[in-house]
Ligand binder design. Sequence first.
Ligand code: BES
Ligand code: MN
Ligand code: ZN
Length: 493
Amino acid sequence: MKLAFEKSSLNANTADAIAVFLHGDKSLFSSEIVALVRQLGVRIPAADRGDFTGKEGESMVLYVPHARQTRRYVLVGLGERKKLSLERYRRSGAVAAKCARSLKAESLAMFVPLVATEFQSVVSALAEGAFLALYKFDKYISKKSDSPPNLQTITVCAESSARVKQGIQAVRWTKTICEATYLARELANAPGNEIYPQTLAEAAKLSAERCGYTAKILDEREIKEAGMGGVLGVSQGSVHPPRFVILEYGKKQKRPVVLVGKGVTFDTGGISIKPSAGMAEMKMDMSGAAAVIGAFDAVARLKLPVHIVGLIPIVENMPSGSSIRPGDIIRHHNGKTSEVDNTDAEGRLILADALAFAEKFKPAAVIDLATLTGACVVALGHHASGMLGNDASLMTKLKRAGESTYERVWQLPLYDEYEKLIKSDVADVKNVGGRWAGTITAAWFLKKFIGSYKWVHLDIAGTAMLEEDGDYTQKGASGVGVRLLTEFLRRWK
Ligand code: BES
Ligand code: MN
Ligand code: ZN
């Protein structure tokens, strides 16, 4: 998909579909319609009759005969001006793009509303919504539902030439982030027979070579040497040996931000096997890993002035004669032991090794992302990731980045009282904490393995795997975390 910015005027533009955004407030709407009528030289009866009013999400196609061919204008409602937000612009961009796709337009021009303030952010939001809305996981479908022609070019347009430079910059930035989000979605949507530890590690390597950062892959022997008992234990029931990927980008003078991603390429639950209904979703149990790879992809291509390290433990959790058993005791990278009460609480076992390993990088901060608990989906549904950690200011930074990208996070408490729920009689800690507060006890388990650094855990179980289409997300993998982390790192000192 080509994404561009261009100075252009409405009646000179020749794209296959031209999107115009209109506000829902009565007076603003009428003046915008008057201006549109003047520029296009036609009346708009649908507006006269109140069939199109500029409500949020509303759209209408207008056919206007022009010199050589009839042009298609897609009118998109932005809703009330005082309720406008970047998220509304994203959604409006998505409406425009999906409409253009259904019209079989090959090119779409989107005109930035004249009254838009924060020009660069609005350009980005429109482009982002449009780009992300067009994602489809269809590489395994032989006969595509969309026959050509397909939408190939999206151009954000403004009439004034004063801001062309800003517009070009905004679009370039957005395209990079959207492509990285696509990568995360592709990796997470890919089935378990395509993406397993070896191939996920190779995908990270490929991104590293393409974008200019480094990826070191530890194999099973090296994982053993590093004493990562959690990674070894969880993977021992699978025919696919584990991998541990270490990514690094940026100047080493600065203490790094370490990003940790859960990479369970398929989670059957192991011996504590999951019910079969819905188990297929567990091909996305490496969404944390995908987010970290996607964030590195974007940050490296954007050449952000940060130092980051990525740690990705990758395993497949399978039941077999060689699987770990309930009751087994594991020794992790930092020497601490855990009792495996339930083999389906495998994510924390592999993250424990990664979080302990992170200490040697003397991190300025550590952020882990994991599809860790069903309890988080019960608590927050699909619209916010659970956030727990030991540093309020780091959490505030993530909260702000979450609000601006709309990959929102919501803090849950890590009170001391919860700690005893994961007490073990036979090891340093137990990997499950009983029925209640599952997201919190999981985070408490992780907390037992962190070093002396500032740490935030993001439980993305609900936000990474979606049950239905959204405005610019699709059923399946959302690629959540890529935009959040990139925005967080853009603001990092
Ligand atoms: N990968 C799952 C968590 C999950 C569940 C993600 C549903 C997305 C949707 C994780 O490994 C898991 O199985 N967690 C268990 C923990 C329990 C055994 C303490 C869970 O949430 O049921
Ligand atoms: Mn599990
Ligand atoms: Zn899992």
